[in-house]
Ligand binder design. Structure first.
Ligand code: ADP
Ligand code: MG
Length: 250
């Protein structure tokens, strides 16, 4: 589904991504791991259109998507989760989900929605969809809760939920499990697995927790110093000398 070809992203003289090449196959939950500073988040930012690459290409389903803006990628079904913006923290979970069609594309849809009159039918459909998403994520009881009152893990679930409001094909998750308690981590993991199995989502996820990665991801890609160092099952990469060395070296 996604092919990254010899991607570079430099910051001044520093090569954060230094010739990374990898593929994310349709239908997989692909893990992306590596020591701090390996260039994982920078790679995500380039793929998702938040940063232009210095050189190299990103191809989706055979089409060159290098440097496309996030909203163009969004329309192609390539999404990354975003932290819930401060200005949405006083809105309920349900309202946050209903905002999604416009939230990543900018203000224009917000204006269209509230400024130029609502279309009752569309709103009813959005409401139904939002409630289905909350149900799927097992957080229906939080539908009227303000997003700002959620725990860190519940916020992550809501962020994942926002990708379900549109027809996503591939979703990039950057440390969705960071700082989340075990119970919620399991809920998030279940949601990811079910989205993959039942809705056909492909995922690429950066995560530090190797147990979490091991339970969800196949294959796992290891990055170090801006390059892809290894790829394989969790057991293969854990036994890989170069990978062990990369982790010990930091
Ligand atoms: P990872 O997510 O694997 O921990 P990052 O992609 O966040 O790594 O960062 C890779 C390297 O690039 C780090 O050394 C970081 O300091 C550097 N870096 C990331 N973003 C910038 C930036 N905007 N300007 C300068 N250096 C950056
Ligand atoms: Mg990172």
């Amino acid at each position: 589904m996604i092919r990254v070809e010899n991607l570079h992203r430099h910051f001044g003289g520093f090569h954060a991504v230094d010739g990374a090449s990898l593929e994310i196959a349709d239908g997989t939950i692909t893990g992306l791991v590596g020591p701090n500073g390996a260039g994982k988040s920078t790679l995500f930012n380039v793929i998702a259109g938040a940063l232009p690459p210095t050189s190299g290409r990103v191809v989706m389903d055979g089409q060159d998507i290098t440097g496309l803006a996030p909203h163009e990628l969004f329309h192609r079904g390539l999404l990354r989760t975003f932290q819930i913006a401060h200005e949405f923290s006083s809105m309920s979970c349900r309202e946050n989900l209903m905002m999604v069609p416009g939230s990543q594309a900018g203000e224009s849809i917000w204006n269209a929605w509230f400024g130029r009159g609502r279309i009752a039918q569309e709103e009813a459909a959005l409401l139904k969809k939002a409630d289905e998403v909350l149900e799927f994520l097992t957080i229906s009881h939080l539908k009227d809760e303000k997003a700002g009152n959620l725990s860190g893990g519940q916020k992550k679930l809501l962020e994942l939920g926002r990708t379900m409001m549109v027809d996503a094909k591939i979703v990039f998750l950057d440390e969705v499990g960071a700082g989340v308690n075990r119970t919620l981590l399991n809920t998030i993991g279940d949601a990811i697995r079910r989205l993959n199995e039942e809705r056909g989502y492909t995922f690429c996820m950066i995560e530090h927790d190797m147990d979490f990665i091991g339970r969800l991801c196949d294959p796992v890609i290891v990055m170090a110093e801006g390059k892809v160092l290894a790829e394989g099952t969790i057991d293969e990469i854990k036994a890989d000398e170069a990978v062990i060395e990369a982790y010990l070296g930091t």
